[in-house]
Design a protein around this ligand. Structure first.
Ligand SMILES: *[C@@H]1O[C@H](CO)[C@@H](O)[C@H](O)[C@H]1NC(C)=O
Ligand SMILES: *[C@@H]1O[C@H](CO)[C@@H](O)[C@H](O)[C@H]1NC(C)=O
Ligand SMILES: *[C@@H]1O[C@H](CO)[C@@H](O)[C@H](O)[C@H]1NC(C)=O
Ligand SMILES: *[C@@H]1O[C@H](CO)[C@@H](O)[C@H](O)[C@H]1NC(C)=O
Ligand SMILES: *[C@@H]1O[C@H](CO)[C@@H](O)[C@H](O)[C@H]1NC(C)=O
Ligand SMILES: *[C@@H]1O[C@H](CO)[C@@H](O)[C@H](O)[C@H]1NC(C)=O
Ligand SMILES: *[C@@H]1O[C@H](CO)[C@@H](O)[C@H](O)[C@H]1NC(C)=O
Ligand SMILES: *[C@@H]1O[C@H](CO)[C@@H](O)[C@H](O)[C@H]1NC(C)=O
Length: 792
């Protein structure tokens, strides 16, 4: 019966594709493409060079949305509440004695930040290109997730007009080419604009340089910026009028763009000198060379990984992306290449929004770098109780380790700010961050609510990425110079902040992001919903991870500092995850009544993913309990945002449950992608974490490498009998290519980059050979050595 319905749908899909377009024009695993112009932010196509972002619409009057990742709403705000340290011990004793509601009532007003929000991300503005066209025939627009560029073409008055945009990382500019298929047919009015806080905006053609320079700031304060578009013509003429350049009778027009801000340069003159240098380099290279270099740079990163999950039924993958998304809602089995496209999109968006752009690089925020709104959802800032971490889950595993540099830059900045917060709020050395930060590394608590504001563990979660980076790359310089000072500081805070209670080092006041519980009958106020407590499971997991990481770093670096021995002492007194009445992992120190059984945050499952203490190979009993909690959450509607669903995919993969992971991959694609494939929370606003988490979760189906084991095809879904993935990276510095058919491994090839010891598993227990020798235990590898895996 099922097959009949699917065949019928497959037939309808093929019929539509024949009727509507020439099939096979765009590779459906690689291109997002459309036959109409974008109607809004969620259908425009994103490019970026890690610092500058552009979204192209291809509307008759083009509006390229422009972003620079350090243009935020204002200067650093010291929001620390001076009352915090004086109420700390009182709040703790109230929690110990069971006055949960009272503790929240005292903690929140005296510890929350003032004002409650840090700065938020704001748009740079837009580049408008008025072509004077009133219609667009035979329109095609596309984003190439491999090359990282985007473009479109359409017919107007019999002439074929094309637009293309590339984000060039090596030179640090955006470059656009606008062309008419017939000589002399381009008339364009070009302007830069911004709806707020423009200081000056002037077009000029003097000295043979056609440029528009727009200066702005954040309401009279830092950060301020200078943006410049330079326009280069082939044929035709150009004149300046006010803030517009008017091009007449050209055949090709190139626009080169940069913006620089006071975030990275101490004087306006310094910032503008960099701007001038970049644009001068760009103009001397010219569009074609900039394009070639941008694509070479992009494909050198993107091309390291290639995923092939087979072909979609019939011509399902040849349809425009919006039609594929719509068809997928009713026939997910028909378009497996949509999974591949979304996977590739997750890597494109990371490379486009997170690059080492020098000192003070900034990582991808809640919207990557793309934002048109002066008051964006959740400030488009850095939410660090899941979202910023999720942005980087696929960075190491999908061979994009370089994209993590901005993460370290922000973490180092936030550490310095967080040291002041640790001493002011908690009377502690080391550094503390709460559940959000901004471009200045703001460490103070954010917003005003008991389920989210007072969570002093944000710095620990971010710090866990440091040791992971070392595990993947083996970079000892990084471990010593970048990671260790931050790990040491996170540990110093943790030694001081935790207190011995009932035999365990205990956190509090704290919470389990962003959940709440029902106060039990023997505590007060019984029946109330509260969030603040002592020692939530996730805090224990993060402490366990931190102390383990410190011990590992001390061993590798041969350190003997006090943190090394202290971490061992503390580790032995961190409470291990507890199991509740129906076999589930407990979220809190007691089995409280639930307020939201389908809670989207999987905070108590940190140790299943991204941690490893609850995975089957480390502890089968904790893995079972983690699976019970995960199933319980899903039965009650968890996975309700794209990022939550992405986390669910990774968790099921970690449980070797490929079937459930795959069901959630399909549900993700049926529910969360917007027209341009930006992830959403079941409809706008877009939130980029789900794009990144999706790619990370899908990767865990094919390769896992936590807890000292490189595991090939740990959770292969039966829906994917044949496929391959090349270039994934495992901890220990292993680059892994995997080919499978008929649901089993055909061959894998592992290149050892670092010469680490290689412990292997295939599909949780298949017997296999390495270079023809039956595998019987971990093998020592040679740097550069290649190890071929076959079954039997
Ligand atoms: C600090 O506490 C005092 C006295 O309870 C109160 O008046 C003041 O508003 C508090 N300050 C902040 C920033 O909450
Ligand atoms: C309330 O009861 C629970 C379950 O017996 C117990 O673990 C907890 O310590 C009690 N709370 C207080 C404040 O005694
Ligand atoms: C709990 O603490 C609040 C705030 O300090 C206080 O007003 C209340 O009386 C306390 N309740 C109990 C049962 O101790
Ligand atoms: C550009 O601006 C000029 C002057 O305002 C106007 O006459 C013209 O219609 C505009 N549009 C185009 C495409 O030239
Ligand atoms: C217009 O030119 C572009 C680029 O050469 C091409 O891809 C497109 O098919 C052309 N459009 C039409 C309708 O011929
Ligand atoms: C190792 O880390 C250091 C410090 O972060 C960095 O400068 C260097 O480029 C890294 N080496 C490699 C091979 O990535
Ligand atoms: C993995 O294999 C072991 C050993 O055969 C087995 O006990 C365990 O149940 C398997 N785990 C899962 C999650 O399938
Ligand atoms: C591994 O397989 C590749 C591709 O099949 C082959 O070229 C190579 O020689 C093999 N290496 C070893 C060590 O067997």
């Amino acid at each position: 019966m099922l097959f009949t319905i699917m065949d019928l749908q497959g037939f309808i899909v093929s019929f539509l594709s024949l009727a509507l377009l020439v099939s096979g024009q765009y590779d459906g695993s690689r291109y997002a493409w459309y036959t109409s112009a974008a109607t809004d932010f969620n259908s425009a196509l994103p490019v970026g060079n890690g610092r500058l972002g552009g979204l192209m619409y291809c509307t008759p009057t083009e509006k390229i949305s422009l972003n620079e990742n350090s243009i935020w709403s204002g200067p650093f705000l010291n929001r620390l509440n001076p009352n915090a340290s004086s109420v700390l011990s009182h709040v703790r004793s109230m929690l110990e004695s069971g006055n949960i509601t009272g503790a929240g009532q005292v903690a929140l007003p005296n510890m929350a930040g003032n004002p409650t929000s840090p700065q938020h991300y704001t748009p740079l503005g837009q580049l408008s290109l008025d072509f004077g066209h009133s219609s667009q025939g035979s329109l095609n627009r596309w984003l190439d997730t491999y090359q990282g560029n985007s473009g479109c073409s359409y017919i107007y008055n019999g002439v074929n007009y094309t637009r293309e945009i590339v984000a060039n990382y090596p030179t640090g500019v955006l470059a656009m080419r606008l062309q008419a298929g017939q000589a002399g047919q381009l008339n364009i009015n070009i302007s830069l604009s911004r709806s707020q806080n423009v200081i000056s905006n002037t077009a000029s053609t003097s000295g043979g340089v056609n440029s528009i320079v727009m200066r702005g700031n954040s309401g009279g304060s830092d950060p301020y910026f200078t943006a410049e578009a330079q326009v280069i013509l082939s044929g035709g003429s150009v004149s300046a009028s006010g803030s517009s350049l008017m091009v007449r009778g050209a055949t090709t027009v190139d626009i080169l763009f940069d913006a620089e801000t006071s975030y990275r340069y101490s004087t306006e003159a310094d910032a503008e000198a960099v701007l001038a240098r970049r644009l001068s380099s760009a103009t001397s290279q010219g569009y074609q060379a900039l394009r070639t270099a941008a694509i070479a740079d992009n494909t050198a990163l993107i091309g390291r990984v290639s995923l092939d999950l087979g072909s979609s039924s019939g011509s399902a993958a040849n349809l425009p992306t919006n039609q594929r998304l719509s068809n997928y809602k009713t026939n997910p089995g028909g378009d497996v290449q949509l999974v591949t496209l979304m996977y590739n999109m997750g890597r494109h968006l990371l490379v486009a929004s997170s690059r080492d752009t020098g000192p003070l690089s900034l990582p991808a925020n809640l919207q990557g770098i793309w934002n048109e709104d002066f008051n964006p959802a959740w400030g488009s800032k850095y939410t660090i109780n899941i979202n910023l971490e999720m942005n980087y889950w696929h960075a190491e595993t999908t061979n994009l380790a370089e994209t993590t540099k901005p993460f370290w830059d922000l973490l180092a900045l936030a550490k310095t700010r967080g040291q002041l917060a640790a001493s002011s709020m908690y009377g502690c050395p080391g550094f503390v961050l709460h559940h959000n930060t901004d471009l200045w590394g703001d460490p103070a608590p954010v917003d005003y609510g008991t389920p989210y504001t007072l969570w002093p563990m944000g710095g620990l979660w971010l710090s866990s990425h440091l040791m992971e980076h070392y595990r993947f790359t083996g970079n000892k310089t990084f471990l010593q110079e970048t990671a260790w000072p931050i790990l040491q500081s996170a540990a110093d805070f943790s030694f001081c902040f935790t207190f011995l209670w009932n035999g365990y080092y205990t956190t509090g006041p704290s919470l389990s992001p962003e959940n709440s519980f029902i106060v039990p009958s023997n505590e007060s106020t019984a029946g109330h919903s509260e969030g603040i407590d002592l020692s939530p499971t996730m805090d224990n997991s993060l402490l366990y991870q931190l102390f383990s990481d410190v011990i590992e770093a001390c061993q590798i670096l041969g350190l003997t500092s006090s943190e090394c021995s202290n971490a061992k002492n503390y580790l032995s007194k961190i409470k291990r995850p507890q199991i509740g009445s129906y076999g589930q992992i407990l979220e809190w120190r007691q089995e409280y009544g639930e307020t939201d059984p389908g809670m989207r945050h999987l905070s108590p499952l940190f140790d299943l993913y991204p941690g490893s203490q609850m995975t089957p190979t480390v502890s089968s009993s904790l893995a079972t309990a983690a699976g019970i909690l995960l199933d319980h959450r899903m039965q009650h509607g968890s996975g309700s945002t794209g990022w939550s669903r992405a986390w669910v995919i990774a968790c099921y993969a970690r449980l070797f449950n490929g079937g459930s992971a795959w069901n959630n991959v399909q549900a993700f694609l049926q529910t969360f992608p917007l027209t341009n494939l930006f992830n959403s929370n079941d409809g706008p606003p877009m939130q980029i974490d789900g794009n990144f988490g999706f790619t990370a979760g899908v990767t865990e189906l094919f390769l896992q490498s936590h807890a000292g084991l490189v595991h090939i095809l740990p959770a292969l879904p039966s829906a994917l009998p044949t496929g391959s993935v090349t270039g994934l990276v495992g901890r220990g510095g292993f680059e892994v290519d995997i080919h499978w058919s008929n649901g089993v491994l055909e061959s894998a090839s592992i290149t050892s980059k670092l010469g680490s010891t290689l412990a292997l598993s295939v599909a949780n227990g298949s017997s296999f050979s390495v270079n023809g020798q039956k595998y019987s235990g971990a093998i020592g590898t040679q740097p550069g050595g290649v190890y071929n895996i076959t079954l039997h």
